[in-house]
Design a protein around this ligand. Structure first.
Ligand code: MN
Ligand code: MN
Length: 356
């Protein structure tokens, strides 16, 4: 194919917008600003050790040591998006509180949530990292934002996506009409549509889980993994491969490209913390993409995108990918005796929430 015949991200967004004749165009410029931030971060990441300043030294709101690029990526997202007039506020993995749009800029009706650099511990070994983002409507319009404004179930996302900084830089995006992958043409500086209408096969022979946590797993997760490991001789009757990159973006990307199932379940390690991944700017955007690609995303017990968030930096158990596998994992949780599951009182489907 002649590369000049490819659709650019800009053209894609304009054609999508034509489906909504009354749309203002604010949304498109928001996505293009996010894409520009990702192109800038791709350049910073590509410098590797030449970029200097690997050690951010500080500890973020999550209690994690910040890489220099965590801090730089966060600043990049803020600076490329604060001026556009389409946002009421932003929230980031790297900031305890929501970011207010500076008074010198107009405000808009959207909220942007992001993990500016996901998997940053992989940078020093030159393994793919990424940025994840989620777009919500601002419930209070253009007023000052509070954390509560961001506490919306994943199903309400207007758009979600990630950039992956691998051998190629890609942007994978959903505006609620399927999932589409764009590859950065470095010479043009444009994301070109290369992977339209991504679809996750319903069945798979690949699973991804951090097996070093197996002693903390709940019974349904142990059962699921044991059955995968038993392979052809077990109840599944087929052999499985295991994959683990320890970078959510890279795991999600592999599953969108060729299928599979990913688990980072709740476990018994710390009863006060449910799961590892952050609901609002990691799990929800990935879940939105996966469901838009025909897969499923779950807490292990119920659909992820139905979860009503309770805190900006809330963590959650996450299972996503091939529909049949996620269905099976949920079924194993529902089959399990409640005594097998830790802290039901404080669980996301516990006493204080209606049953799913
Ligand atoms: Mn992350
Ligand atoms: Mn991060």
């Amino acid at each position: 194919m002649n590369p000049s015949c490819r659709t650019t991200l800009t053209q894609f967004l304009i054609e999508e917008r034509r489906r909504f004749p009354h749309a203002s165009g604010d949304f498109n410029s928001l996505v293009l600003n996010v894409a520009l931030a990702c192109k800038s971060i791709a350049r910073q990441v590509a410098l590797g050790a030449l970029g200097g300043g690997a050690d951010g030294g500080a500890v973020n709101v999550q209690g994690e040591t910040q890489h220099g690029l965590d801090v730089a990526g966060n600043r990049t997202f803020l600076e490329f998006n604060e001026w556009g007039g389409n946002l009421a506020g932003m929230a980031s993995e790297e900031m305890a509180e929501p970011y207010q749009i500076p008074p010198c800029y107009p405000k808009g009706n959207y909220l942007l949530l992001f993990d500016p650099l996901d998997g940053s511990s992989n940078i020093d070994v030159n393994v793919a990292v990424g940025s994840i983002f989620s777009v919500l409507r601002a419930p209070g319009g253009a007023a000052a934002v509070a954390a509560a404004d961001f506490l919306q179930a994943g199903a309400t996302q207007v758009a979600a996506g990630y950039a992956i900084y691998g051998p190629a830089t890609m942007l994978v995006l959903s505006v609620g009409n399927g999932v589409h992958g764009f590859t950065l043409d470095q010479a043009l500086g444009e994301f070109m549509l290369t992977h339209p209408a991504l679809a996750i096969p319903a069945a798979t022979r690949e699973f991804a889980i951090n097996a070093s946590n197996s002693r903390f797993w709940e019974t349904p997760v142990k059962r699921y993994v044991d059955e995968c490991l038993a392979g052809r001789s077990g109840v599944r009757g087929k052999d499985f491969n295991m994959r683990w990159i320890a970078s959510l973006v890279a795991e999600a990307h592999r599953i969108l490209m060729r299928g599979g199932v990913f688990l980072y379940p709740c476990d018994s390690r710390n009863p006060d913390v449910q799961g590892r991944l952050r609901l609002l700017y990691e799990a929800n955007p990935v879940g939105f993409l996966v469901e838009q690609a025909g897969g499923r995303a779950s807490t292990g017990r119920r659909p992820l995108l139905d979860v009503a968030p309770s805190a900006l930096h809330q963590r959650i158990g996450l299972v996503f990918g091939a529909r049949e596998e996620v269905d099976r994992i949920e079924r194993y949780h529902h089959d399990a005796h409640p005594a097998d599951l830790p802290s039901p009182l404080f669980h996301e489907h516990g006493l204080f929430r209606a049953p799913a």
